[in-house]
Design a protein around this ligand. Structure first.
Ligand code: ZN
Length: 156
């Protein structure tokens, strides 16, 4: 199997069967993000245990890229410390936006499946939506937050 096909399978698998999908009534933070350019709309629910992310789920709906990225995000960031999760988010966003990737890749595992999105700046917004929501949940400014992806940052 070609790498590209393998990656495509990871995306279809997560988009079709999102992991950690569901409400979390006792969450410490609910962050709703929407990406009007595509119609993606998700909410990330996060519960902390000190520095650690004790529980992490998401709800909502979006395109395959958005759903797969949110599903992978919850899998990868859950049980991590805040600083580990922030570093992961930074690395993932670099994977999608950096002009040049480091030789040997980014060591992001299944998240590499989304690397192909880097050729499509508008789809990058779909892939990063859940991660922006995660970061805002970690910022912890209020239990309920909402944000919109703005078109003027589409080509960053
Ligand atoms: Zn989308």
């Amino acid at each position: 199997m070609e790498f590209e096909e393998l990656y495509q399978e990871v995306i279809l698998d997560h988009a079709g069967h999102p992991r950690n999908f569901g409400e979390m009534p006792d969450a410490d933070a609910h962050v709703h993000g929407d990406n009007p350019m595509c119609g993606d709309e998700i909410t990330v629910h996060l519960k902390r245990d000190g520095e650690r992310i004790a529980a992490l789920t998401f709800t909502g709906a979006g395109c395959s890229i958005c759903m797969a990225s949110a599903s992978l995000m919850t899998q990868k960031a859950k049980a991590r410390t805040e600083s580990e999760a922030r570093a992961l988010s930074r690395n993932f966003q670099n994977l999608l936006t950096a002009e040049e990737l480091p030789p040997g890749g980014m060591h992001l595992g299944d998240l590499q499946a989304l690397a192909g999105v880097r050729k499509f700046p508008l789809r990058v917004k779909c892939a990063t939506l859940a991660w922006h929501a995660l970061e805002k949940a970690l910022d912890g400014a209020g239990a309920e937050q909402s944000f919109h992806v703005r078109p003027d940052t589409a080509a960053e």
